[in-house]
Write a protein that binds this ligand. Structure first.
Ligand SMILES: Cc1cc2nc3c(=O)[nH]c(=O)nc-3n(C[C@H](O)[C@H](O)[C@H](O)COP(=O)(O)OP(=O)(O)OC[C@H]3O[C@@H](n4cnc5c(N)ncnc54)[C@H](O)[C@@H]3O)c2cc1C
Length: 459
């Protein structure tokens, strides 16, 4: 490190190097429960060339590097070990180009998601990736984790929103695949290697993103539902009536819904004192607001009549819609809720989701005298989040073993959208075959033969 540091300073200048980051806690870890740690140093390159030079130097010196974006990840992937150098992309921040004709935007990897959404809106478009951490996460991190979020049912995951990518390999080679076309079958589509690879195969430096027309007429409803069978029925009904106009279908189990209301100062139930086992938050977005609202009203009235749902509240104003969303999205506003619980991000097919939740509860019940398990998720995408706590942090490992064991029984995914990082790698084998994991390892060894990029993440 003594000979590497001066070399790195030469590449990135004084502004780009924090040689002693012990007091710079921002770089010590992400939002996950993984233990925070100061890296050896923090390198903050200002452009792709500097990223390439930094990586080439680290490759030669066999210096392990952890890649950092907005540090909102929930898997520990960006949390350094003490012998690692942190490579922060925060200075590659900016929108380079917005092409209204092609409906594309070219951005630096360190650009916050919210800035990208805003720039798209200002130009009359929409960049539809949306998640609770929008103000802090960066597009490079979103791409590296193939982030999902609230509108996957309509627009797909990050993978579907990226047309082109510029990446730097571990040895400093720049792979420029800044494609701007929707169709391009000229050989392998290499960007897909890097999207969702959690920084283990290359460092994303720039991206070409797909934009969509901004319809801007959202209609939001909260439904009280008496059974999971009816939740699925409601999802199918909305699919039939609205097809691609359905933006969101989020479901909250009663214990999550009640916990949010009890702990968020300004959230209130649209159903006053009436309680239901399940709550579905629905959002459609149509070209014509009045038409959308009228169609949603008719559809939900029919569902009410048919007993598919038991209560419904249609947001009559932006404020009411925000109140519904606050209940669903308020996790990060409740101090310590994400950091003091074992937080799961799993997926199982929708036809077994109800029995999966029951089996998780019964397994937790057998192992722990007291526990809470708050359940919610992007049900239209098969994605469930569980927040499990016993009040004793030393149970954390046993909780993980219990819940992931049930995921394995169902051949579900131990990570639907947050990634494996450091905290789920012991459970990867529940969701991937030995052959799949071996192929991942072979790709890793080919692209990063000295194992310097995010070593130990994923496997
Ligand atoms: C309140 C809250 C809500 C959330 N909601 C969602 C949600 O709905 N859906 C969802 O998918 N996630 C969600 N997340 C998780 C998190 O926001 C996403 O994983 C996000 O994509 C991470 O982006 P980041 O810039 O913060 O990445 P970081 O946390 O900095 O890094 C994440 C991983 O990507 C790697 N990485 C970062 N930048 C690059 C790069 N340029 N090149 C290569 N590798 C890189 C890191 O090494 C690490 O492995 C949520 C998090 C919070 C705190």
């Amino acid at each position: 490190m003594t000979s590497l540091l001066p070399k790195l300073r030469e590449i990135v200048g004084d502004q780009g190097l924090i040689a002693d980051p012990s007091a710079e806690s921002r770089y010590h870890g992400d939002w996950s429960t993984h233990a925070k740690c100061a890296p050896l140093a923090v390198v903050r390159p200002a452009n792709t060339t500097e990223v390439a030079q930094v990586l080439a130097a680290c490759h030669e010196a066999r210096q392990p590097v952890v890649v950092q974006g907005g540090l909102t990840g929930l898997s520990g992937g960006a949390t350094p070990a003490g012998h690692e150098l942190a490579l922060s992309l925060e200075r590659l921040n900016g929108i380079e180009d917005l092409d209204a004709q092609s409906m594309t935007m070219t951005v630096g990897a360190g650009t916050p998601l919210e800035a990208i959404q805003q720039a798209a809106e200002d130009a009359g478009f929409r960049f539809p990736l949306d998640l609770g951490a929008r103000g802090s996460c960066n597009i490079g991190g979103n791409i590296a984790t193939n982030a999902g979020g609230n509108q996957v049912i309509r627009y797909g995951m990050t993978r579907n929103l990226v047309l082109g990518l510029e990446t730097v390999l571990a040895d400093g080679t720049i792979i420029s695949s800044l494609n701007r076309m929707l169709k391009n079958n000229a050989g392998y589509d290499l960007k897909h290697l890097f999207i969702g690879s959690e920084g283990t195969l290359g460092v994303v430096t720039r991206a070409v993103l797909r934009l969509f027309p901004r319809l801007g007429n959202k209609c939001t409803a909260m439904c009280g539902v008496d059974s999971f069978t009816n939740v699925v029925e409601l999802l199918h009904l909305l699919g039939k009536k609205f097809g691609g106009e359905l933006n969101t279908f989020e479901v909250m189990w009663a214990n999550y819904f009640d916990h949010m209301l009890a702990n968020l100062a300004d959230a209130r139930s649209p159903f006053a004192d009436h309680q239901y086992p399940l709550y579905a938050l629905i959002e459609i977005e149509t070209a014509d607001e009045a038409d959308g609202m009228a169609r949603l009203e008719v559809c939900l009235a029919e569902a009410l009549e048919a007993g598919v749902l038991q209560d419904v509240a249609l947001a009559q104003s932006l404020r009411e819609a925000e109140n519904f969303w606050k209940i669903r999205d308020g996790v990060s506003d409740i101090p310590n809720l994400l950091t003091e619980t074992a937080a799961f991000d799993v997926s199982v097919p929708i036809n077994v989701m109800e029995s999966f939740v029951a089996d998780v509860d019964s397994s937790l019940n057998k192992r722990f005298a007291n526990y809470s398990n708050l359940v919610f998720g992007h049900i239209g995408d098969n994605n469930l989040h569980l927040l499990v706590a016993t009040g004793d942090k030393s149970d954390y490992q046993a909780i993980n073993d219990t819940v992931y064991g049930v995921v394995g029984d169902y051949r579900g995914s131990v990570s639907a959208e947050h990634g494996i990082g450091l905290i789920r790698k012991d459970y990867l084998m529940y969701s991937r075959t030995p052959e799949e994991i071996e192929l991942m390892q072979r790709l890793k060894a080919t692209l990063d033969p000295n194992n310097i990029l995010n070593p130990g993440r994923i496997f």
